[in-house]
Design a protein around this ligand. Sequence first.
Ligand code: GLU
Length: 436
Amino acid sequence: MATTVERAGTPGSRQSTAAGSVLLQDSQQYVRDAADILEISSSLFNLINESEREITVTLPVEMDDGRIEAFTGYRVQHSRVLGPGKGGMRFHPASDLDEVRGLAALMTWKCALLNLPYGGAKGGVVCDPALMSTAELARITRAYANALAPFIGAQIDVPAPDVNTDERMMAWFRDEYERRIGRHEPSVVTGKPVALGGIPGRGESTGRGVALVTVEMLEKQWINPKDARVVIQGFGKVGSEAARRLHELGAKIVAISDVSAGLYNPNGLDIPRILQAVHCRPPRLLREYLSDDVERISMEDVLTLECDALIPAALEGQITGENANDIRARVIVEGANGPTTSEADQILTERGVAIAPDILANAGGVVVSYFEWLQGLQGNRWTLEDVRKQLDAEMRSAVNNVFRESERRKISMRQAAYLIAVERVAQAVSLRWSQM
Ligand code: GLU
């Protein structure tokens, strides 16, 4: 039977988007700055800066109407010096190689900062899950697992959820990989459903960590979290959980936004009600939420509202040289990866805004992925209580380490975080490469 293969996405979808390239260049600049302070040689810098391995795959996927579409997928293993590559996989129409490269590098620094026995990696599939059925999503996930199978494994590279991917997909991914290798290997992927080797609390972990870092950052600025006004951009897994947790801890969430709408109430939004209303009703968008005590504002305006803490928890490249001077937050906690460009970072730092960088602020997810990976390797079971206790302890200690380093050297928290992370990776590379 003749089949036509169509390439998904717009022509040129393999090329770079501006935000992806900026993210990559910015993260490399932060590493270069840290390397300068640490007096790392240029050859060592090149070793830790470049990706170790970059894989591009074409995924033929049968769509529900019988057509075969070809999707592009990437997996970049930036570093495996400290352990297997670790990092999520995102399904997004604007994903591209530069973005995945930059995100993979961020994972190296994030894992090193949190002292996890991992390198950094990231995956991306260029597709729009909002336009796909569940069966199509299952087939694309399985095709991706098959294509990556020779390059991944519990001791090689361990994917996890990221933007637009969830525990169902991790279950399909594990299943497909294990069918192929013919044996169990639960730790080939993390973020699985609890009934299939997942760990309690993985779903909430990134948002919970973001909330904890927000509280710590506010306290360091002498702001009582219970009096704090918080604005959150992005109401997906990370933003909605951070909102839920901060509301539970007594903070006032004055505005939230997602791709469909922005909601504002200067006296504080009723987060439990919004969560219930939005999450029970697909397509789970804020524009569906109707209430008299909520003012609708544009998604751009959410970022520039006056508040104590601003949590950008959507995508990269949201706070830029264009809007950095309009930001009226005292503290920024980066729930997303790369939400602030380096140009904006400089403007904000000069203005005295304290920023908890992505590699610190959103590390809760990969910390709990580590617990899940251990659970799979050891064949034991963690309770939700254990997970929360350990996660909180790891996050609190990382924030305090970064804060102390930034105070000691009189540098920003981002510079301090990169310094700690780059030093750990550089030291491991030197030990591996040194001639006896
Ligand atoms: N996607 C998450 C991140 O960017 C989690 C990665 C993981 O658990 O491996 O940190």
